[in-house]
Ligand binder design. Structure first.
Ligand code: ADP
Ligand code: MG
Length: 459
């Protein structure tokens, strides 16, 4: 039976192929599988509901002609739509749909020719992406995908990582690479927010069909920042169908997210479960050496040179993400060009004060701070932690408490305990006194800053 249906369908295909463009034929007819033939009804299997609707709307008369030619006037066509690929244990679910007369073919806006609308940042290339252990897996998976879109096991490829760690860069690098290696492939890069907005727009304009159709013929679909689909149920639904359709046709899907799939709140389970089909690669914060390499590469790109101590200083102090690193570099260059200042560590210190909101990470303990404060005044460690009311001891003690509060996570109570069992109100009072004096007493502020420097440098 199966072979009979195949023979009939193959003959239909021969007929159809002569009537449509090769592109249309490849997109809409080769994915169809003949299922069975019974009572003069030929059942064909199509990859998705959208696919079915598209055929009905655009190629119904052609299909009818083909079937009539092969089976005579009583010949009929039925569809089996793959609703879900199913997993290994569960068989794919099929539903049969009779052909319906369907609305008169409506003309849809002509689709932009291949990749005309593809907007990629020209700098987001693999060549400009510094590799480190932080992004190795993601980068090599992305490169593999770009070489053979849809052909690797990495489908979908899901890249996740915090803000500014290079998700968009990698995703677009795939787009660039595919575009130059396979100029005929249709590529879509879109951010989730944009997709949602366009989807709503299409709903409003009653254009869902043509809107959807554009995505069904895509060879590489890149969806950036999928976390913004959370709570957008209709758009998720839409994406789910596109996803299934493209995946079924072995088209490549790339997704980025700022959270691991399991932490993507507000995304439907069935969508999340799809991501397990491919590879999930995470991006970490770059380590010191990678940060140095990134700074150097950006310098080369901008045609400037920083002294190496400046590079190390920046790499040491800006350790959150690459975007922030770039921000600091731009700021430094701006300061240097505006104020005609030299690009040096002093300038970097000044710039970082404004840019980096968090205090640089300093590994300090109560004991080490106490030691440094005592040595600076100088008084003995015993005097520092004693109940002595001598003016100098009190002043040193207050500074020590302030610095401890600033550089450790100890509570007021715990700090008090390290100073001869004082209570938290004493510590609170000390913090206030220091804050006040820092504002009003320049000499005191300098002394404080000098001690602080010693705490920041690790020795
Ligand atoms: P995300 O999308 O994860 O928030 P982006 O891809 O926008 O991050 O990256 C932020 C900036 O940092 C971009 O300008 C990007 O080019 C740059 N960047 C990120 N990672 C690297 C890297 N490994 N090498 C060079 N530049 C990088
Ligand atoms: Mg991004």
């Amino acid at each position: 039976m199966h072979t009979e249906s195949k023979v009939i369908w193959d003959r239909c295909l021969l007929y159809i192929r002569n009537q449509v463009s090769e592109q249309t034929y490849q997109t809409w007819f080769t994915p169809i599988v003949a299922k069975h033939f019974k009572d003069n009804v030929l059942t064909i299997q199509v990859p998705s509901q959208f696919f079915y609707e598209w055929l009905e709307e655009h190629h119904l008369s052609l299909l009818k002609q083909a079937v009539r030619q092969e089976l005579g006037p009583t010949g009929k066509l039925a569809y089996a739509v793959v609703i879900d690929k199913g997993n290994k244990r569960q068989k794919p679910l099929l539903i049969n749909l009779p052909t319906y007369p369907g609305p008169a073919p409506r003309s849809i806006p002509a689709l932009a020719s291949n990749n005309e609308l593809l907007q990629l940042n020209p700098n987001y290339l693999f060549d400009n992406l510094i590799e480190g252990s932080c992004n190795q897996l993601a980068k090599s998976a992305a490169q593999a995908v770009a070489k053979q879109p849809g052909e690797t096991a990495f489908n979908p490829l899901m890249i996740y990582g915090g803000v500014g760690l290079g998700k968009t860069h990698i995703a677009q690098a795939i787009g660039h690479a595919v575009q130059s290696a396979f100029p005929d492939k249709k590529i879509v890069y879109t951010a989730s927010e944009k997709l949602t907005a366009q989807f709503i727009e299409a709903l409003r304009g009653n254009q869902i069909h043509s809107f959807t159709a554009q995505y069904l013929t895509v060879d590489l679909f890149i969806l950036d920042d999928i976390q913004f689909l959370s709570g957008k149920e209709k758009t998720q639904e839409f994406f789910f169908h596109i996803f299934n359709h493209l995946h079924q046709l072995k088209k490549q899907i790339v997704i980025t997210s700022d959270a691991a799939p399991r932490n993507l709140k507000g995304l439907q389970e069935r969508l999340l479960s799809r991501f397990k089909w491919g590879l999930t690669a995470d991006l970490q914060r770059p380590d010191f050496e990678t940060r140095v390499a990134i700074i150097e590469s950006k310098m080369i790109a901008d045609g400037i040179t920083f002294p190496s101590d400046l590079i190390y200083y920046i790499a040491q102090h800006v350790d959150t993400n690459v975007r922030e690193l770039e921000g600091v570099l731009i700021s430094l260059m701006a300061h240097a060009s505006l104020g005609k200042q030299d690009l040096n560590v002093a300038l970097a210190q000044q710039v970082l004060k404004h840019i980096v909101q968090h205090a640089p990470t300093v590994e300090a303990t109560i004991e080490s701070i106490q030691q440094k404060v005592a040595a600076s005044y100088p008084i003995s460690l015993e005097a520092l932690t004693s109940k002595s009311r001598k003016k100098e001891n009190v002043a040193a003690r207050q500074v020590a408490m302030h610095l401890i509060k600033k550089y450790t996570a100890h509570s007021l109570k715990s700090i008090g305990a390290y100073f001869g069992g004082r209570d938290h109100t004493t510590v609170m009072h000390a913090l206030q006194v220091v804050e006040e004096r820092l504002q009003t007493d320049a000499h005191y502020a300098r002394l404080y800053a000098a001690i602080e420097e010693k705490i920041k440098c690790k020795q």
